[in-house]
Design a protein around this ligand. Structure first.
Ligand SMILES: Cc1cc2nc3c(=O)[nH]c(=O)nc-3n(C[C@H](O)[C@H](O)[C@H](O)COP(=O)(O)OP(=O)(O)OC[C@H]3O[C@@H](n4cnc5c(N)ncnc54)[C@H](O)[C@@H]3O)c2cc1C
Length: 387
């Protein structure tokens, strides 16, 4: 097993970084592990920001990830890497050099399009950290009858809309696509989700925002007015922006996601790896960046095994295959998926009876690459076993 003098540095202690550190130890790595935590507090289970902290069920402290007793956690941000020497430079000027450097810095909320005219006084709420959720909670303390505008009808937009409807607020959900989450769940499930949004909220799907300005509402400092391209204006006591995520890779000199091979190695930088939502591994279906918790955890673990192999102390873990997935609950409907859906996937849906639906995604050669389900219960798990 890896000798005691081997040294691994991991940037980011979220899903991928945490899993990488844990896997190194569980596979018997005896060397030094240093892991950078740039969260500004404990590293968290980010999936609970909108479903746990926003509804007030959990605090930021309660969604902290378990401590990593066998690693040196350094509370600092990385600002630069030197890939040729596997060195990372911290914001306090320290330099950490390692035998293997794993970049697991995750992603950040995508900002709104530059084409939208946004008045400087507008307060936008993103949901990324526990503090974001707490800020949004305090912006609208009285929920009964409050109005919330949600920009973005993806995963977070759907969960936030569903939460606010459940507590008696009026919600307007604005999405660019008429078919929300189609790239992830396929057309048939997306049609069902669009219909459910239309039933439960003021759904403006297929709409484009042209301008946002603050609203003059006494006692509501976060109130905003959103103007759409059809000329309509929507006022809300708070504006939640959830238009997707972007890889947090520019600090390391990468433009967009960090392209890696199917073992999470950064080409041209021996000993440097990138895993989780900051990375885009090369897979048979093309380069795929996945921003889901289970994928990040699985990628961090796979990268750890690749590190051990490249240090000469373990077998080759083989190519990573995306069999993980996600689940999303919106207005009581459970939507889940496993594997991946490539942009040109062939889709076949099966009505499961009782309101359930299962969709298979196949690549051009007919090979199954992913499955998605709508209230599919155990059928989804059984289908995933075919991947
Ligand atoms: C509100 C919300 C809800 C979500 N819900 C779900 C869900 O229900 N299901 C699901 O599958 N996925 C969900 N996700 C996505 C999931 O949380 C991410 O896919 C997952 O956290 C990605 O893991 P990661 O390790 O790549 O990044 P993260 O878990 O974000 O970890 C990255 C870490 O790196 C740190 N970091 C960044 N830059 C630096 C730097 N320069 N130096 C040092 N540290 C740095 C960050 O502070 C962070 O702690 C949700 C995301 C959000 C924002």
């Amino acid at each position: 097993m890896a000798s005691i003098e081997h040294d691994v540095v991991i940037v980011g202690s979220g899903a991928a970084g945490h899993s990488c550190a844990r896997t190194l130890r569980s596979e018997g790595f005896a060397g030094r592990i240093r892991i950078l935590n740039g969260e500004g507090g404990p590293a968290i289970n980010r999936t609970l920001v909108d479903t746990g902290v926003l509804p007030g069920l959990l605090t930021g402290a309660q969604i902290a990830l378990p401590p990593l007793p066998d690693a040196e956690v350094i509370d600092a941000r990385a600002v630069r890497i030197d890939g040729s020497t596997r060195t990372v430079v911290l914001d306090d000027g320290r330099e950490l050099r390692a035998d293997a450097l794993v970049l697991a810095s995750g992603s950040m909320p995508r900002p709104l399009d530059d084409a939208i005219e946004i008045d400087a006084g507008v307060r936008q709420h993103a949901l990324h950290s526990a503090e974001d959720a707490e800020r949004l909670r305090s912006a609208v303390p009285e929920l009964e009858g409050a109005s919330i505008v949600v920009l973005g009808a993806g995963f977070i937009g759907a969960e936030v809309a569903s939460h606010y409807v459940g507590v008696g607020a009026r919600v307007t959900l604005i999405g660019r696509s008429r078919l929300p989450l189609r790239e992830a769940v396929g057309a048939d499930i997306s049609v069902r989700l669009a219909a459910l949004h239309a039933e439960r909220v003021d759904a403006r799907l297929g709409a484009r925002v042209v301008a946002i300005r603050p609203a003059d509402a006494p006692g509501r400092d976060d109130a905003a007015i959103v103007q759409l391209d059809d000329g309509s204006e929507i006022a809300g006591d708070a504006l939640v922006v959830a238009v997707g995520s972007e890889p947090a890779a520019s600090w390391a000199g990468f433009d967009g996601a960090i392209a890696v091979d199917d073992r999470f190695r950064v080409p041209g930088m021996p000993g440097v790896y990138a895993a989780g939502s900051v990375s885009a591994p090369e897979l048979p279906q093309g380069r795929v960046r996945v921003d889901h918790w289970d994928a990040a955890t699985a990628q961090g673990a796979h990268a750890a095994r690749a590190v051990l192999h490249d240090l000469g102390v373990a077998d080759d873990p083989g190519a990573w295959a995306p069999t993980t997935g996600f689940s999303l609950m919106a207005y009581g409907a459970v939507i889940g998926a496993r594997g991946v859906r490539s942009p040109d996937a062939q889709e076949t849906s099966d009505d499961l009876g009782g309101g359930g639906l299962l969709t298979d995604f196949a690549d051009a050669s007919g090979r199954l690459t992913g499955v998605a389900g709508w209230n599919a219960g155990p059928h989804l798990m059984r289908a995933a076993a075919r991947l």
